[in-house]
Design a protein. Structure first.
Length: 128
């Protein structure tokens, strides 16, 4: 029931943040960022379990862990970018949030290049 803890924390921070926004808006933003980090730390154990499970599945399927590592990095970039975008939006910096999204998309494409190359090479072997 860890999700109940996450939701409870989010509700409490939301209520406190709404009150703080009236008095000290900058403190409300800091509280929101702190809550986001706390929630991330709460789910870190779950992320580790998922990574271990994916590693076992990759080993059983005889898939190179190199490609699994790339996919996990891509997922990490996506999550971090979303977290950063939401912080920017909370601070009222929508233009900056868009720039973070664009940068994340570029990094994802760069990270995916080895996988794309491997797929293309496999297709070339099949066609030859």
């Amino acid at each position: 029931m860890e999700i109940a803890q996450v939701i409870g924390l989010a509700i409490i921070v939301t209520v406190i943040g709404a009150v703080l926004k009236q008095i000290k808006p900058e403190m409300a933003l800091q509280l929101s960022i702190l809550a986001g980090v706390a929630i991330f730390l709460l789910v870190m154990d779950k992320i580790r379990l998922v990574v271990e499970l994916l590693q076992k599945l990759a080993d059983q399927a005889n898939v190179s862990s190199y490609y699994l590592f790339i996919v996990l990095k891509i997922v990490g970039v996506a999550y971090l970018a979303e977290f950063g975008c939401q912080i920017c939006k909370d601070a009222g910096e929508n233009a900056l949030a868009v720039k973070v999204e664009l940068a994340a998309k570029i990094f994802v494409v760069i990270l995916a290049i080895p996988i794309i190359v491997a797929i293309m090479e496999s297709m070339m072997k099949l066609l030859a």
